[in-house]
Design a protein around this ligand. Structure first.
Ligand code: OFO
Length: 162
């Protein structure tokens, strides 16, 4: 069964969203490097790579279904933030946004009775639970610490082992 034109376009659009995510995290990593918070920079760099993998998984799916992938233009990411909490709050909100996008794809695949795409999307539904939990957990910690510099450095050390 051929992938519908609408689904091909929606997945291409999601690939752009994943690559935009990658760039957002790469810019967050650069911000942390600039602040001397190398553990957080490392965590964001890993996240950047994960997002590229998310994009590639969708690209491979398009190829598997004989559909065309068009390399998208990526959006310029934000360069500066107020502090570490601001960065992770932004990352958490971003992941919630990405989850809502994945759910829309699930709705679309359900409406089209496209069971193959539904099955493929299950991986992303599960992945988003993890993505939100990761970023949300760090937000909670940083909120608890407030401006406590020792605490922030401890979190930075912890994130260096991701
Ligand atoms: Fe691709 O999950 Fe984050 O954005």
């Amino acid at each position: 069964m051929k992938l519908s034109d609408a689904m091909t376009a929606a997945i291409n659009d999601q690939i752009k969203a994943e690559l935009d995510s990658a760039y957002i995290y790469l810019a967050m990593s650069a911000y942390f490097e600039d602040c001397g918070l190398s553990g957080m920079a490392h965590w964001m760099r890993k996240q950047y790579k994960e997002e590229v993998e998310h994009a590639e998984k969708f690209i491979d799916y398009l190829y598997e279904r004989g559909a065309r992938f068009i390399v998208p233009e990526t959006a310029k990411p934000k360069e500066s933030y107020e502090n570490a909490l601001d960065v992770f709050k932004t990352a958490y909100a971003h992941e919630q946004y990405v989850t809502s996008r994945i759910y829309k794809l699930v709705d679309m695949a359900t409406a089209e009775k496209d069971y193959a795409t539904l099955s493929m999307l299950k991986w992303y539904v599960d992945e988003q639970v993890e993505e939100e939990a990761n970023a949300g957990g760090i937000v909670e910690k940083l909120e608890f610490l407030g401006g406590d510099k020792h605490g922030i450095y401890a979190v930075d050390r912890e994130l260096s082992s991701r």
